[in-house]
Design a protein around this ligand. Structure first.
Ligand SMILES: C[S@@+](CC[C@H](N)C(=O)[O-])C[C@H]1O[C@@H](n2cnc3c(N)ncnc32)[C@H](O)[C@@H]1O
Length: 317
């Protein structure tokens, strides 16, 4: 295995294949405080914190796979043991992966501000984040945001101040920071200001969660559909409330088909594969492929059930 691939294998945690909620013990095989950095970028700051506090365990969450690669490389180069990286949307994963009152610190540095109103749903700082933090932080623990956008920091300050679960320190301008992230160095070179929000959780409050806590369904059809029947479903949108799903592509394999699918719970979107295989008795089994395994959410379940129902109707007509 190439050293780069070995580093990713060592540092990337795959919660889809692990019992939830995650704990220091389940991820790091040891006890100790657990902290999360949202949007760790290249991982430089995670590595800095991990070396400074070797007894604390750090989990970084990022959206693009390249960040997992870059972060793994840094951790490997600096021989760091107390960091793991998770790929995915922190707006949802922070709430869904961690137990109530389990985190000792949550940090977010220079999140993308998404300034346009029509993009506001992409902002990580929101009342939903505040509710999540009120659930997963330990009482007395801290959430910290650093941003180069004053309006973003002020919005975040307001979300936390409006929530009675928190005590919020006055908004800081140009806080002293012992280590600068890659983005921060850029902002400083441009002589831009930075702003910091620090909120301490006083009274934890549970937030509603939506990941399903059950095994993925196996569904059946009386026989394997034809390529034509499957192709007729491509790009047809199924939706119900906050749930939506689509078949994006149909591929033939020995004894059946693999379908590339997308499913969204509100704006938590996952791409995954579904297999349709013929059984010995001629019937067909529909199952979710485990590479990459999606998180089992109402939208993923909805997607495979819609697929099965549409095909059953089509095959009966
Ligand atoms: C401007 S960069 C800052 C990176 C790093 N914190 C730094 O200061 O150098 C913002 C980062 O947030 C990540 N990000 C954006 N939305 C995210 C989400 N919903 N969940 C996790 N990471 C996200 C982006 O991929 C990007 O790496």
């Amino acid at each position: 295995m190439k050293p780069y691939a070995a580093a990713i294998e060592r540092y990337q945690a795959l919660p889809q294949h692990m019992p939830l909620p995650l704990t220091s013990q389940s991820v790091f095989d040891r006890g100790g405080p657990l902290a999360v950095e949202i949007g760790f970028g290249g991982g430089e700051y995670l590595a800095y914190m991990a070396k400074k506090n070797p007894d604390c365990n750090y989990i970084g969450i990022e959206l693009p796979p390249e960040s997992i690669g870059r972060g793994s490389k840094i951790m490997h180069t600096q021989s760091i043991d107390n960091v793991r990286l998770i790929l995915g949307d922190a707006r949802y994963l922070l709430r869904e992966l961690f137990a109530p009152q389990s985190l000792d610190y949550i940090l977010m540095q220079f999140p993308m501000p998404w300034p346009k109103d029509r993009h506001a749903k992409h902002r990580i700082a929101s009342p939903m984040l505040t509710e999540t933090v009120a659930d997963v932080l330990k009482p007395g623990a801290i959430f910290e945001l650093v941003s180069d956008q004053q309006w973003y920091a002020e919005d975040c300050y307001k979300h936390f101040s409006d929530n009675p679960a928190f005590t919020v320190s006055p908004l800081e301008t140009n806080p002293h920071r012992p280590f600068l992230t890659r983005y921060e160095k850029k902002w400083q070179a441009d002589k831009r200001e930075t702003f910091r929000v620090v909120a301490t959780l006083n009274t934890p409050k549970p937030a509603p969660r939506f990941f399903l806590n059950s095994e993925m369904d196996f569904l059946n059809l009386p026989s394997l559909p034809t390529t034509e029947q499957l192709s007729s479903l491509v790009n047809q949108r199924f939706s119900e409330g906050d749930l939506s799903a689509q078949v994006k592509e149909v591929m033939s394999i020995e004894q059946g088909f693999v379908l590339r699918m997308v499913a969204s719970d509100d704006s938590f979107t996952q791409f995954f594969y579904t297999r349709l295989r013929t059984r010995k008795d001629g019937s067909c089994v529909i199952s979710i492929d485990d590479c990459p395994y999606p998180y089992y959410t109402p939208a993923v379940r909805f997607a495979v059930h819609q697929l099965q129902e549409s095909l059953a109707q089509y095959m009966n007509s």
